[in-house]
Design a protein around this ligand. Structure first.
Ligand code: GMT
Length: 379
């Protein structure tokens, strides 16, 4: 198949899923065309089946806000025609689904029907999407999609609850490439960070409020009062400065390091003992799955789709959002010498259920169904 993939090209979960899906499909022999404003960070650079089409955004003195959606829709039209795409798969509703709708309708006037599938990832529904400034367009473009998927049952339920959806939504969970995300021998790295054999706690995110990083810091502080621990914070975003300041003010900087955005995140996860994800909302929790694949148990909240990933008492524990006491109590259970190996093994076992080789065929099957249902010309 020839598939156009539209996504945010950044480190965010939706962009990572879209790009890794494109990479996996290309390895299967499909022709993949990424259409976005920048080269996706995880795009396989030297795969003969992968192409990248940059969306050019022309500014003009009249435009206070450059019309990205129009430039994207135009690019989709051009790529779909020139490359003879079978299908467009857009990740994150805003503004990708409405741009895809516009592209499809333009192509229809040229006797071409290129269907589009919309994958909803989380905040496009649970936060930004349901804001009244976007909700009508989000509802319309979901209903106009030729296929719709969400990354968890929880997100599907949220979508039906918050929008008037007439379309069937299929759940296809996040997935993991276990050849990349696996525990590697990085003991020298562990020794450098934890020279006295401290336990290593890791948190990864885009440092948005919804991640509740304050809770992660509180958990760490309380653990630190009871056992030797160190913490690594990976990623960047709007909350980072404030959180760094908080750590400085509380004299934590000897034991906490901020690593910023990392490409080889699996190398750090390989030496971690515990992953913290206290999020207020989390449609799936891809960062936790990446940790689990590297044999790291997870302390998370029970928000959104996290119960569909983290098995309470097996791969880690879940607590109510904000229940830091419970998170600390559970973390202490996991970090005991005689318990940790079992939690680590369970985390890996669970991650294997989301192996890309199991999930990618679900998308391929959906593509085939959607392409097969394309209306005949002049209908
Ligand atoms: O985690 C984020 O805030 C980034 C966000 C995104 O849209 O890029 O991630 C969302 O999509 C991921 C991939 O499907 C999910 O694993 C994350 O749980 C989801 N984030 C939220 O729902 C907050």
């Amino acid at each position: 198949m020839k598939i156009g993939i539209v996504c945010y090209p950044t480190f965010g979960g939706s962009g990572v899923v879209a790009t890794e899906l494109g990479n996996a499909l290309a390895r299967q022999g499909h022709e993949i065309h990424f259409i976005t404003y920048d080269q996706p960070t995880r795009m396989a650079l030297f795969d003969e089946n992968i192409y990248y089409h940059k969306v050019d955004i022309r500014t003009y003195p009249l435009f206070e806000y450059p019309p990205y959606e129009l430039a994207l829709a135009s690019k989709m039209v051009n790529v779909a025609k020139f490359e003879q795409l079978d299908l467009l798969h857009v990740h994150y509703a805003i503004p990708h689904a409405s741009a895809a709708y516009m592209a499809r309708e333009i192509l229809k006037t040229q006797e071409l029907y290129v269907p589009f599938i919309t994958t909803l990832h989380g905040t496009d529904i649970t936060l930004v999407g349901k804001d009244e400034s976007y909700a009508p367009v989000v509802t319309f473009s979901i209903n106009q999609s030729d296929g719709v998927t969400t990354v968890s049952q929880s997100l599907r339920a949220d979508t039906y609850e918050h929008f008037e959806i007439t379309k069937q939504i299929e759940v296809i969970p996040n997935f993991i490439d276990l050849t990349r995300f696996k525990k590697q021998q990085k003991e020298h790295f562990k020794k450098a960070i934890c020279p006295k054999g401290e336990r290593l706690i890791v948190h990864t995110s885009n440092f948005r409020k919804v991640k509740r990083i304050d809770d992660a810091i509180k958990v760490f502080c309380r653990l630190r009062q009871q056992i030797p621990v160190k913490m690594l914070l990976i990623g960047d975003g709007p909350e980072r400065r404030r959180i760094e300041q908080l750590c400085q003010d509380n004299d934590l900087m000897d034991d906490i390091r901020f690593l910023g955005k990392l490409d080889a995140i699996e190398e750090v996860l390989s030496v971690a003992d515990l992953f913290l994800m206290p999020s207020e909302k989390e449609s799936f929790g891809l960062a936790a799955l990446e940790a689990m694949a590297c044999e790291v148990p997870v302390i998370s909240s029970n928000a959104g789709g996290l119960p569909e990933l983290n098995i309470h008492g097996v791969t880690g524990f879940m607590s109510d959002v904000g229940d830091v006491d419970d998170m600390v109590k559970n973390a202490l259970i996991i970090l005991q010498d005689d318990k940790l190996p079992e939690f680590k093994a369970n985390a890996l076992k669970r991650a294997k259920e989301f192996d890309v080789h199991k999930i990618r065929p679900l998308y391929e099957a959906m593509y085939e169904r959607v392409i097969a249902s394309v209306p005949a010309p002049n209908n």
